[in-house]
Ligand binder design. Structure first.
Ligand code: HEC
Ligand code: HEC
Ligand code: HEC
Ligand code: HEC
Length: 184
């Protein structure tokens, strides 16, 4: 029970700091993407995206949340996010035959979908995700694979990257670590 409380406190803490830190949400560092349009998502106060050193125009679907679509030339690219008080830079590769150190990226969902499908603003104007995963995923399979009813693990983002990843099942923690978030 104590570890369960700790996990809840931790996730509240990370929510509290969500407004201040900048973060490139997609693509993850080291992604290998097929040629064509890519979809970039990021957040940060007053943030700006830069692709290979050039400012990248972006939509702001929610305050301080950014979305850009771009078709980069084949090859390696750097993507930087610059916000008030910080900077993050990642590398990704577009095209065929990625060099070592890049892993195939799988978009989630594997087709274009509006940010508004999964996100909204709370009444107090905070950016948040709404529980909409089961419009596409089955609760029955969920219980089999997670050994829990969905309400116990409703904070899907604790273990999954909802925007796609280079890892099986879009996990951000190993299965072992995932269960230890609440169980000893
Ligand atoms: C399939 C559902 C889904 C879609 C579509 C989606 N998101 Fe998200 N997004 C989530 C979930 C779930 C989280 C919560 C993850 C977490 O709490 O770690 C999240 C978190 C985020 C965050 C915060 C990340 C963090 O670590 O604080 C940003 C920024 C974001 N999304 C931007 C976007 C943008 C921009 C789009 C449209 C291009 C988008 N999202 C589309 C589900 C989605
Ligand atoms: C608009 C429909 C849609 C929504 C909403 C959606 N998903 Fe998905 N998701 C998919 C599709 C389609 C796949 C690919 C299934 C496949 O490859 O068999 C997928 C795959 C996944 C996978 C990987 C499973 C696998 O077999 O590779 C995970 C994990 C996942 N989704 C979690 C989530 C979470 C968490 C949310 C809510 C934040 C969510 N999904 C919302 C459509 C959706
Ligand atoms: C505590 C961590 C954790 C949380 C929270 C979590 N998952 Fe998962 N999820 C996993 C793990 C681990 C797997 C891989 C299961 C396996 O190895 O069979 C998985 C697999 C999946 C899959 C692919 C297998 C399947 O059931 O089709 C989907 C889809 C999925 N999760 C959706 C969700 C959704 C939707 C939520 C939120 C309602 C969620 N997950 C919350 C850990 C988590
Ligand atoms: C968000 C916290 C949380 C996470 C993460 C979590 N659990 Fe649980 N688990 C609970 C709670 C709360 C209960 C007791 C309530 C219930 O049975 O739903 C429980 C109960 C269980 C039980 C039944 C134990 C018993 O004594 O009856 C099993 C088995 C279990 N969890 C397995 C897992 C596995 C496997 C994972 C990783 C995929 C996992 N849990 C991840 C919160 C969590």
């Amino acid at each position: 029970m104590r570890t369960l409380v700790a996990a809840v406190v931790l996730s509240l803490l990370s929510l509290a700091s969500a407004g201040e830190e900048g973060k490139i949400v997609r693509p993850p560092d080291g992604s290998f993407l097929p040629s064509g349009e890519i979809s970039i998502a990021a957040r940060g106060p007053g943030a700006q995206l830069e692709l290979d050193g050039q400012v990248l125009p972006a939509h702001e679907p929610f305050p301080n949340v950014f979305h850009a679509k771009v078709t980069p030339a084949p090859g390696e690219h750097s993507l930087a996010l610059v916000w008030e008080g910080g900077r993050q830079e990642i590398r990704f590769f577009v095209g065929d035959g990625a060099p070592e150190g890049f892993s195939p990226f799988r978009l989630h969902p594997p087709f274009a979908i509006d940010c508004q499908t999964c996100h909204t603003l709370s009444r107090r104007g905070r950016f948040r995700s709404k529980g909409s995963c089961f419009r596409c995923h089955s609760k029955t399979t969920f219980v089999d694979s997670h050994q829990h009813a969905p309400h116990v693990l409703q904070d899907c983002g604790l273990c999954h990257n909802a925007h796609g990843s280079t890892v099986a099942d879009h996990l951000i923690v190993s299965r072992d670590t995932a269960c230890k978030l609440c169980h000893n």
